[in-house]
Write a protein of this length. Structure first.
Length: 195
């Protein structure tokens, strides 16, 4: 092979290698896209299993809760917490690691199914959204529920660190912490508090 032919082969190989290296690929990030972002887990199957209602509501609700965005566990959408409360309601703060919360959630769910019951909203705090959905599905609790991932609601309401804790929302938008009982253990207790 002559020297000229060898150089022609070397140049051809380099041109092909360069073209392959620069050829766009489907997996390449767009220019300037930055580092890959974490993708949220698909909670659709857990939402389906939990079977929670969507968080519908009207504008309004308690002033202290207006503008606080939380995630509806029923459909995964963002909602304004005040709008998810239809006037008079019972708001329950709970976490997946809280042992008494599990029994109380079942009591609140049973109460909410009674005719004329005041609406009950469960607010998941200090827990992962998927863990909350899994626990509600396991317990068979079908309350409207939201996830306070950023603790915006806990901070605004000044929820104590001990859980569970419930608040009665009055027609006037007032929030009153339920002091007795500290944990609902019967539907009758819930009825007595909401009057």
């Amino acid at each position: 092979m002559s020297a000229g032919l060898r150089w022609a082969v070397v140049v051809l190989v380099l041109v092909v290698a360069g073209a392959v290296a620069l050829w766009p690929r489907a997996s390449d990030d767009p220019v300037g896209a930055g580092p890959p972002s974490r993708t949220a887990p698909d909670l659709g199957p857990l939402r389906d299993r939990a079977g929670l209602p969507p968080c519908a509501g009207e504008p309004g609700g308690p002033e202290v809760l207006r503008g606080l965005a939380v995630t509806c566990l029923g459909d995964g959408g963002q909602v304004d917490l005040a709008g998810a409360l239809p006037g008079r309601a019972l708001v329950n703060f709970w976490a997946t690691w809280c042992v008494p919360c599990k029994e109380e959630l079942k009591v609140l769910d049973a109460y909410s199914r009674e005719p004329g019951a005041v609406p009950v909203l469960a607010v998941l705090v200090a827990s992962k959204e998927g863990d909350g959905l899994e626990l509600l599905a396991k317990l068979g609790v079908r309350l409207p529920a939201v996830h306070d991932a950023a603790d915006v609601v806990r901070g605004a309401v000044r929820v104590p660190p001990t859980l569970p804790v419930s608040y009665l929302v009055g027609e006037d938008g007032s929030l009153t912490e339920v002091a007795e009982p500290t944990v609902f253990t019967s539907v009758e207790q819930v009825r007595g508090v909401v009057g």
